[in-house]
Design a protein. Structure first.
Length: 401
């Protein structure tokens, strides 16, 4: 890849040279790695063959167990196989759906959004204008803030420490370079690395246990693409603010005017936009984490645990049947409790003196007369009797005596 991507040319802008070199390396890494993996006999081909064998073996295993595939699940299975092999073995399909979308999509989106929003550099001149701003920062660091006038010591705040002006001017240029290069190249390099291993992650789409790896790969690519767009827009806003400010500061310094506060102002601006670029990239990563595959695609038709087995024993294994059985069990239990309370009420009523003895055909489970049932409220049938319990035989003996 060193021969394909030239090194940093002499005399060219530092930002454009470094950004162009890393961008070229990321693109070459993504395309060359796919070509190497898609070659016959490569590791990817062995992995794909093994995955396909396991996938079909699981389908046959389920068929042997009597678990038939529905039209929907069979269609999803064949679509997954076709999508995996098309993206992993066909460069035109992979380039159209994945590679160009991640590599060229952010630039096209910036060129559409930027001009209407008035973002500086969205017309393709972002790198050149960043180099011009870097050159202005270097010139300002050479000129310095200038000597202070003798009568200005009471109006200008002192620096935080000695030699702060030189530190702030040099540190502002360092922050500007790091913000521009890292914001534009870090996400591109991450995208290139993910594209290099893309066929492996696409193969993980076949199974439920490995589908989360495919989702994570898509999240990284989406986050890198969004971060590239947002970083370009934020850097354009930084240029829109710093270009006129740097031009005015250089003109005043070349005229011999001292600028004792320019170092602090410049350092604050550079640090502010560095934080903004970092926050924008983290926000894009957070947004990309919300990606999930649709529920219809997450169904795995080849796993016995995911396919509903034939309903046996009158539907006892179905969730709705189990729910109805549970409700029926609760109803039977409540009815049993009420019946036991009713039987105890009848027994208490018959045990009182003067109560008529029921016939032999009458059982304790027979419903009591309406008066006796309404005479003892529900829940009061277990109240403690104030006198001792008297049996029916004792009551008759007392009546004869």
């Amino acid at each position: 890849m060193i021969e394909i991507c030239p090194g940093l040319p002499q005399g060219a802008g530092f930002i454009s040279s470094v950004t162009g070199y890393i961008d070229c390396q990321a693109q070459t890494l993504g395309s060359a790695s796919w070509a190497a993996l898609a070659a016959p006999g490569s590791t990817l081909m062995i992995v794909l063959t093994g995955f396909l064998t396991i996938f079909i073996a699981l389908i046959g295993y389920n068929l042997l167990l009597g678990i038939t595939l529905t039209v929907r699940s069979a269609t999803i299975a064949f679509v997954k196989i076709g999508a995996v092999f098309a993206l992993a073995t066909s460069w035109p399909a992979y380039r159209t759906l994945v590679y160009d979308l991640v590599i060229d999509g952010p630039g096209q989106l910036v060129s559409e959004i930027g001009p209407r929003a008035g973002v500086v550099g969205s017309d393709g001149t972002l790198l050149q204008r960043l180099d011009l701003a870097d050159h202005a920062l270097a010139q300002l660091a050479i000129l310095g803030t200038g000597p202070l006038p003798a009568n200005a010591y009471t109006q200008i705040p002192p620096p935080p420490f000695a030699s702060f002006d030189a530190f702030a001017l040099g540190g502002s240029r360092i922050l500007f370079l790091l913000t521009a290069i890292a914001g534009l190249t870090a996400v591109r390099l991450v995208a290139g690395l993910m594209l290099a291993f893309g066929p492996f992650f696409i193969a993980f789409l076949l199974f439920d246990s490995t589908r989360s790896l495919f989702e994570g790969w898509v999240r990284v690519l989406v986050g890198a693409a969004l971060a590239s767009v947002v970083a370009s827009l934020v850097l354009g806003l930084e240029l829109a603010l710093m270009e006129p400010w740097l031009s005015g500061a250089l003109a005043r310094r070349m005229a011999g005017e001292p600028l004792p506060t320019v170092s602090t102002d410049l350092f604050v601006l550079a640090l502010l936009f560095a934080i903004l670029v970092l926050a924008a990239i983290l926000g894009c990563v957070w947004v990309a984490r919300a990606f999930r595959l649709p529920a219809a695609i997450r169904l795995t038709p080849v796993l016995a645990s995911k396919v509903s087995p034939p309903v046996a024993n009158g539907g006892q294994g179905h969730p709705s049947a189990r729910r109805r059985e549970a409700e029926r069990s609760r109803a039977v239990a409540i009815a049993g409790v009420l019946a036991s309370v009713d039987r105890r009420d009848v027994a208490v009523a018959l045990a009182e003196p003067g109560a008529s003895r029921p016939s032999r055909t009458t059982t304790l489970s027979a419903p009591a007369p309406e008066a006796s049932r309404t005479g003892v409220p529900l829940g009061r049938s277990f109240s403690r009797r104030p006198n001792s319990r008297v049996s029916e035989r004792a009551a008759k003996r007392d009546a004869r005596g």
